[in-house]
Design a protein around this ligand. Structure first.
Ligand code: TXA
Ligand code: MG
Length: 311
């Protein structure tokens, strides 16, 4: 098992491995990613294989900054403004691919669009700077399962064969928000995530649903982000034998809570780690308190519904 510390030596080792075409799990502020050189189809193929991910499902290209993103994607005015407001940070933009970009077709699943994001995690930024190329990185879990928010979760998911650059616990704890922009059309929210819809709409105007247009995120399957246990949502209390995840006023002594003070950001940050921990107790059903559908609650409820969906 190889875990690299988030110091100059660890980051240099990770960068060397990535430049050599190997895959490495890396921290971001949202969740851990399974990274490979996005310009190298062999590295990208290794990502799909390690995750058991269908190759029709494209990967996000992670870049250091807007300049690097512009080499891969065509930025309209709204995209420029969103990047200025939220990058580096957990916002992914799906844009037309730019001619001459280095990201390989396999990473884009052959689409004419590309997903780009500049992460804010300092270790990810130092690594991108050293590698000098975009990194393709899906969340570092087996396909369909909970995303990892700590280095040891990556090992639980993918085994000991893939080196992990340990950047500590992810601060946001849910995946980036994905917005698709097609010139002349309103932006589409392909995936609610770590940046609340309302903050994006201040800049981009009202976002339409993913299903409103031709571009959908192929990875947004009904069943996803799933623990082994069954989930029961909007539960005001557990019934006998259930594990319980409370929120705010819905708190049951002796059970876990996403946020005792009803803070959605704290809840998002703890969601996957708590589901993972309750799962490992062998609980058959995890009952989850009602979560308000506002702010980051949209992303939390999206993940909970997919985790609860029939498999
Ligand atoms: O926070 C995140 O976004 C994390 C970290 C590692 O950056 N990454 C992540 O990647 O969640 P992944 O692969 O688990 O989810 C990316 C989603 C998938 O649903 C994929 O279908 C969608 O983005 N996607 C990627 N490229 C796309 C494109 N060109 N058009 C539409 N959807 C795209
Ligand atoms: Mg994922």
């Amino acid at each position: 098992m190889t875990i690299w510390a988030p110091d100059a030596d660890g980051i240099a080792r990770a960068a060397a491995a990535l430049r050599a075409g190997e895959i490495v799990a890396i921290p971001t502020e949202s969740v851990y990613g399974l990274a490979g050189d996005a310009s190298n189809p062999v590295a990208v193929a290794a990502i799909f294989a390690a995750k058991g991910r269908p190759a029709f499902n494209p990967l996000i290209a992670h870049v250091l900054d807007l300049d690097a993103a512009r080499r891969e994607a065509q930025f309209c005015a709204v995209a420029e403004r969103l990047a200025a407001a939220f990058w580096p940070g957990p916002l992914t933009l799906v844009l037309p691919r730019a001619p001459g970009g280095v990201v390989c077709d396999l990473a884009c699943a052959g689409l004419a669009s590309i997903a780009v994001r500049a992460p804010s995690h300092l270790v990810a930024r130092a690594l991108l700077n050293l590698v000098g190329r975009p990194l393709a990185a899906p969340s570092a879990n087996r396909s369909g399962r909970l995303s990892p928010t700590e280095a040891r979760h990556v090992i639980d998911e993918l085994g000991e064969g893939i080196p992990v650059l340990d950047g500590g616990r992810c601060s946001a704890g849910v995946e980036s928000t994905i917005v698709a922009l097609t010139p002349g059309e309103p932006g589409r929210l392909l995936r609610p995530g770590a940046i609340a819809r309302a903050a994006i709409e201040v800049i981009a105007g009202p976002l339409t649903a993913a299903s409103a247009g031709p571009i959908a995120a192929p990875g947004m399957l009904a069943s996803h982000y799933a623990p082994n246990a069954r989930l029961r949502l909007n539960a005001t209390a557990p019934v006998a034998g259930e594990a319980y995840l409370g929120f705010g006023a819905y708190h049951v002594a002796g059970h876990e809570t996403l946020s005792a003070r009803g803070d959605l950001q704290e809840a998002a940050g703890r969601l996957y780690a708590l589901l993972r921990a309750l799962d490992s107790t062998g609980a058959e059903t995890i009952a989850v308190a009602p979560i308000p559908e506002e702010g980051l609650g949209e992303a939390i409820n999206d993940r909970l519904r997919r985790a609860a969906a029939p498999r």
